[in-house]
Structure formats: C-alpha cells, structure tokens
Design a binder for this molecule. Structure first.
Ligand SMILES: C[S@@+](CC[C@H](N)C(=O)[O-])C[C@H]1O[C@@H](n2cnc3c(N)ncnc32)[C@H](O)[C@@H]1O
Length: 202
C-alpha cells in the first residue's frame, strides 16, 4: 500500500530532476501566468499564497498585483524547485516556504487568495488539500487553479487520453471544490489555458 510519504517522495523525485531546467522548458508561459493572476482579481495590500510554487514563475505577477504593501508567499515541498526559484531571484518577490499544502504553516483565514498552477494533478489527497487551502483563506477569498495548457492539449503532449474520471473535468472539479470549502465561479479549458476560479464559502 502506498503511504502519503511515498507520494511525497515520488513528487520530490519527479520534480528534483526537472528543477534546473524547468523554466527553460517553458520559456513562453510568462504572459499566460500574468493573465491568470489578473483574473484572480487581487487588490493592492492583499495576502496571497502560490501553492506548489515550484520555481516561482507566478511570484512576480503576484507581487505586481498586490504591490509592496501586500504579502506574497510561495510554498512547495520540493527543495530543488525552491532552490531554482532563488537562483532566478524570485525570492525577492515572495517569501518561499518549504511546506506541504496538506499542512500549511499559516494561520486560519490569514490569506485573501491562493494561486495554484499545475498543482492539483499531483496531490495525494485533493479533497483534503483543497480543504487545507480553504482553511487559510478568509471567507469570500479566492482560489485560482491554473495550467498554461488545456487538458486536451496536455494529454496529447503526454501521449495519453483524458478519462471521464479526470479530476479537472468540470463535472468532477465543481463537486470536489464544493466539498472542500469552495464554490467554483468560472471554468475555462481551452488549448491555451486551463483556469478554474473559486470563492471560499463561509
Ligand atoms: C507542475 S509543478 C508546477 C510548479 C509551478 N507552480 C509552475 O507553474 O511552474 C508542481 C509543483 O507542485 C509541487 N507540489 C506537489 N505536491 C505538493 C504538495 N503536496 N505540497 C506542496 N507542493 C507540492 C511540486 O513540488 C512542484 O514544484
């Protein structure tokens, strides 16, 4: 039987070998990240977490959105990805945390929003982890689940088919979010991007 720590080891091994050239593999994604951050609707002074921040590709647009008075945090459980974020200077835009989204070292309702790019498919316990993200966000706060490529295009790139059980299918994601403290407010799945937005329920 696989344990939670086996899943974490697998995630860390997978991303550790990819960390050094992660950004170089996807050199043209910057504008898509900036657009997704804009859609999250942050305001100056907001507190936002980039969950599964990796090399921190979203940290600069998040800092731009919340301004110098805001708080930007980036959490990831793979040290090599955070080291690559530092190499790229992204720690200047947000505070990096070596942390698992299953148990965040953050106070309840201390954030206005969470941005999570490419994270949800890697989670061992999506419902539990989304509940933990809801815990740290105030009621009315927002969540963006983003990927800079749509589900069909990603599946084609990886040489696989999308199955009806796919977690990110609209029919699955809405109920998953609803059961985890979120209400999905919009859903876009086109070749150039995947973006689901949700609001933290009371
Ligand atoms: C596909 S990468 C995306 C990285 C970054 N968000 C981006 O868009 O470039 C997924 C990231 O999620 C991290 N991750 C996976 N499971 C996690 C968890 N339970 N807690 C924190 N980070 C996690 C991985 O270490 C990896 O850096």
């Amino acid at each position: 039987m696989r344990s939670m720590s086996d899943d974490h080891t697998h995630v860390q091994e997978f991303f550790t070998v990819r960390a050094a050239d992660w950004d170089a593999r996807f050199p043209d994604d910057g504008p898509a990240y900036a657009a997704a951050v804009t859609d999250l609707g942050l305001r100056p002074g907001d507190h936002v977490l980039d969950a599964g921040c990796g090399t921190g590709r979203a940290l600069t647009p998040l800092r731009t959105a919340v301004g110098p008075s805001g708080v930007v945090l980036g959490a990831d459980l793979t040290p090599a990805m955070l080291e690559a974020a530092v190499q790229a200077g992204r720690h200047l835009d947000g505070q990096l945390l070596l942390a698992d989204v299953a148990a965040l070292p953050l106070r309840t309702e201390s954030l206005d929003a969470v941005f999570a790019a490419g994270l949800i498919a890697h989670l061992a316990d999506p419902a539990g982890n989304l509940r933990e993200l809801a815990r740290v966000v105030r009621p009315g706060g927002t969540l963006a689940l983003f990927h800079p490529i749509g589900r069909a295009a990603l599946a084609a790139r990886q040489g696989r088919q999308i199955t009806p059980a796919d977690l990110r299918a609209e029919a699955n994601l809405g109920p998953l979010l609803a059961g985890s403290g979120w209400r999905m407010t919009s859903y876009v799945d086109e070749d150039s991007r995947f973006l689901a937005l949700a609001v933290r329920t009371d």
